[in-house]
Design a protein around this ligand. Structure first.
Ligand code: CA
Length: 383
């Protein structure tokens, strides 16, 4: 379609009244805290087209999650909205209407420069002075399931499905709701209740992790998380000793019924935090230098608040280190190169059923870690 769009205008004679510009665009945004929809009308002031692509660049941190009457892709700040097939033809003077929905956190300025099939839209596209207050008549098919919270959620977790500060642990060996879990082989890795280091109170969970897959060590909370959703929120405090290695490691592992019980896990690779899906070994972000740069190292020697929101009915995932949303650890509805393109190759959303904390190294990588103040629930949990 794109190739035809680029060729066809050249085959059509220019209209008698040669338009000074090829197109005009009205971009009408309906914005709320953390999200927006934009109704977009592109008017063709040049030769008729059959197949179109409208491009623009966002100046803010908008991320499109879906569209209607268009096929939209976003790479970084650059957006390309293509026709949806049935609206491919626009006569001279005609228009196509479509829309997008997305999220934003810092800024949502309206784009002002648009390019239709390679031609800048310099026509008089003055937007209406009074934006409509009614929502678009054609709602997006996949609304975002994890809009970034605009105010920090409460840090307490009473009422959450898991809310553990480990203060109820009486011995050295994890007990009660925390049970050793080391499937497959098990080697020299160890997990114990520690009274020397704690984020809260006097107790935490200490993991002595060692290189090599068979040295993995985990404890699992006994709570069944199958009903937590549609977005599963996890908050944990973690402290570790050795910077994340170049090799792949994991320190949170969640059995995932959508993968037949195999794991959805977060750990690191190439020195930065990384999500990994066991069945197809997909990573988030993609492990290109640009992808890794969009993630974050996990600082050593201090307690870090790590939170994530896992969509269980749509493929969405968001991760915060402290108060910061980590862009390389975010899945939205649109495949983005270097970030979630590989991840979205599987469209079935995850369904985590349990939470396991520990250490697993698939190559090199020793680390000593502590976990404390762990919470899982169906609503956002703050640090
Ligand atoms: Ca504690």
């Amino acid at each position: 379609m794109a190739a035809a769009a680029l060729v066809l205008p050249a085959l059509v004679a220019l209209p008698a009244h040669g338009a000074a510009s090829g197109c005009s665009v009205n971009y009408t945004v309906n914005e709320w805290s953390g999200g927006f929809t934009a109704q977009i009308k592109v008017t063709n002031l040049g030769p008729a087209v059959n197949g179109w692509q409208l491009a623009w660049t966002y100046a803010g941190d908008q991320h499109i999650t879906s569209g209607w009457n268009t096929t939209v892709t976003q790479t970084g700040a650059a957006v390309r909205a293509a026709d949806a097939g049935y609206n491919a033809a626009i006569a001279t003077g005609g228009a196509a209407d479509f829309g997008v929905q997305g999220t934003w956190s810092a800024a949502d300025p309206t784009p002002t420069a648009f390019i239709l099939n390679g031609t800048a839209c310099t026509g008089n596209g003055t937007p209406p002075t009074t934006p409509p207050t009614t929502p678009p008549t054609t709602p997006p098919t996949t609304p975002p399931t994890t809009p970034p919270p605009t105010t920090p959620p409460p840090s307490g977790c009473s009422g959450a499905v898991i809310c553990s500060d480990f203060e109820d642990q009486t011995g050295t060996a994890p007990s009660g709701q925390w049970q050793p879990a080391a499937p497959d082989c098990s080697g020299t890795g160890a997990v114990a209740v520690d009274t020397a280091v704690a984020h809260s109170g006097t107790r935490s969970l200490r993991v002595d992790g060692h290189a090599g897959y068979c040295n993995h060590a985990f404890v699992a909370d006994t709570q069944d998380l199958s009903a937590v959703g549609p977005v599963m929120y996890v908050r944990l405090w973690v402290r570790h000793t050795t910077a994340l290695p170049a090799a792949h490691v994991a320190f949170v592992s969640m059995p995932d019924s959508s993968q037949g019980g195999r794991a959805l896990r977060i750990g690191g690779q190439n020195g930065a935090l990384q999500w990994n899906r066991e069945t197809d070994d997909a990573t988030l972000p993609e492990q290109s230098p640009a992808g890794v740069a969009l993630s974050r190292p996990l600082p050593t020697g201090s307690w870090q608040c790590l939170r994530f929101a896992v969509g269980t009915t749509a493929p969405s995932l968001q991760t915060w280190l402290g108060d910061q949303d980590v862009p390389g650890l975010r899945v939205d509805g649109v495949p983005t190169a270097d970030v979630d393109r590989q991840w979205l190759s599987r469209t079935t959303p995850p369904r985590p059923t349990a939470l396991r904390l520990g250490w697993e190294s698939y190559g090199t990588g020793d680390d000593t870690l502590w976990f404390d103040d762990v919470a899982v629930g169906s609503s956002p949990i703050g640090c």
